[in-house]
Ligand binder design. Structure first.
Ligand SMILES: NC(=O)C1=CN([C@@H]2O[C@H](COP(=O)(O)OP(=O)(O)OC[C@H]3O[C@@H](n4cnc5c(N)ncnc54)[C@H](OP(=O)(O)O)[C@@H]3O)[C@@H](O)[C@H]2O)C=CC1
Ligand SMILES: C[C@H]1O[C@H](OP(=O)(O)OP(=O)(O)OC[C@H]2O[C@@H](n3cnc4c(=O)[nH]c(N)nc43)[C@H](O)[C@@H]2O)[C@@H](O)[C@@H](O)C1=O
Length: 315
């Protein structure tokens, strides 16, 4: 990828897309193509075709998607399935039609069967039933991997698929109904501390295990994959370490300085009991994560407070 290559970052304002932008800019890539969803709805095939014909991107980071936490996924499954199928089909097919040199498709750890052996190996894909709370989203993400692989087989397209674990960092969504657990708990604890509330509500039992990767580490992995790796099938991107939701809540409380109690609401879903990536494939290729969870949470908190006070945060 030359520094003046035409690079399209789909979803450049999101958690992942904004981290990829920061990374590309810091490495001196000068020809970055971006559009908001209002300017270019990637579900619209004609609009996507016109855009690719006009801009002729050479490299594509596909980080645009309908994304959300456990509640959003279970409340709006039709949208998660339709939007993500359409975005993936339109972008991947049009990238092939217009001769894109390389495309990185981003999926998620939820593509793996709910009760797959831990840590989750890439080979576990399509070996068992999916988790109900995000089945629709996972099916769309699996279809995107299949698209990349079949376009590689049938047409020789250099399309690859990275599968990140749960992510967090600057640019995350802090809306309590739509967000993932880490930004949700950070916001709840910040607000509880500010008003002097004695407790914070945590959904579910607190026992599910999750792995968290800092968004800028993911961006680093995305550039590594784009530059160094060209192969079919999903490639896991994670830290290789997980912790319980209770332990995560305790860590965020420490960083935020919230000293009240944690109340677990068992009426809310736990989702998958455990989702830890086997990251040996990516490690063997030469990449591993850098940012410790506490450090990442501290940086995210600093970003969140500054953005919130400036009225800029998504919430
Ligand atoms: N967040 C996480 O924990 C994880 C995320 N991922 C994957 O990473 C990728 C990025 O996720 P993340 O950054 O967290 O998500 P965000 O919600 O932060 O960002 C998604 C971006 O997608 C764009 N988008 C959504 N719908 C459309 C559309 N119809 N047309 C054009 N653009 C659209 C939005 O653009 P705009 O702002 O202009 O509306 C938004 O900026 C996704 O593929 C997701 O599956 C994988 C694992 C975990
Ligand atoms: C990345 C991944 O993200 C989603 O899967 P998930 O990991 O289950 O998502 P989550 O971050 O929302 O929850 C993780 C755990 O945390 C608990 N939890 C406690 N308290 C809050 C809370 O306040 N908010 C949220 N959201 N969860 C909470 C929650 O009950 C669950 O046990 C997929 O739908 C799919 O989108 C996907 O790929």
């Amino acid at each position: 990828m030359q520094s003046d290559a035409r690079i399209y970052v789909a979803g450049h304002r999101g958690l992942v897309g904004s981290a990829i932008m920061r990374r590309l800019e810091s490495e001196g890539f000068s020809n970055l193509i971006t559009h908001t969803s209002a300017e270019l709805d990637l579900r619209d095939q004609a609009a996507v075709r016109a855009f690719f014909a006009q801009e002729q991107p050479e490299y594509v980071f596909l980080a645009a998607a309908k994304v959300g936490g456990i509640l959003a996924n279970s409340t709006y499954p039709a949208q998660f399935l339709y939007d993500n199928l359409m975005i993936a089909a339109n972008v991947i097919h049009t990238a092939h039609e217009t001769g894109v040199k390389k495309l990185l498709n981003l999926g998620s750890s939820c593509i793996y069967p709910r009760l797959a052996t831990q840590p989750l190996q890439e080979e576990a894909l399509l070996t068992g039933p999916l988790e109900d709370t995000n089945r629709a989203y996972a099916v769309a993400k699996i279809a995107a991997i299949e698209l990349c692989d079949h376009y590689r087989t049938q047409y020789g397209a250099n399309f690859i698929s990275g599968m990140p674990t749960n992510l967090y960092g600057p640019g995350d969504n802090f809306d309590l109904k739509g967000s993932h657990v880490l930004p949700a708990l950070m916001r709840k604890m910040v607000e509880a501390k500010e008003v002097g509330a004695a407790q914070v509500e945590i959904w579910g039992s607190g026992t599910p295990l999750r792995e968290f990767l800092y968004a800028d580490d993911l961006a680093d992995a995305c550039l590594f994959l784009m530059k160094e790796v060209s192969e079919a099938g999903p490639i896991n991107i994670g830290t290789g370490t997980d912790l319980s939701i209770r332990a995560l809540a305790e860590l965020i409380a420490e960083v935020v300085g919230f000293e009240g109690t944690l109340e677990f609401d068992a009426s809310k879903p736990d989702g998958t009991p455990r989702k830890l990536m086997d990251v040996s494939k990516l490690r063997n290729l030469g990449w591993q994560s850098q940012t410790e969870l506490r450090e990442g949470i501290e940086r995210t908190l600093a970003w969140y407070l500054a953005e919130r006070d400036a009225g800029l945060v998504r919430s």
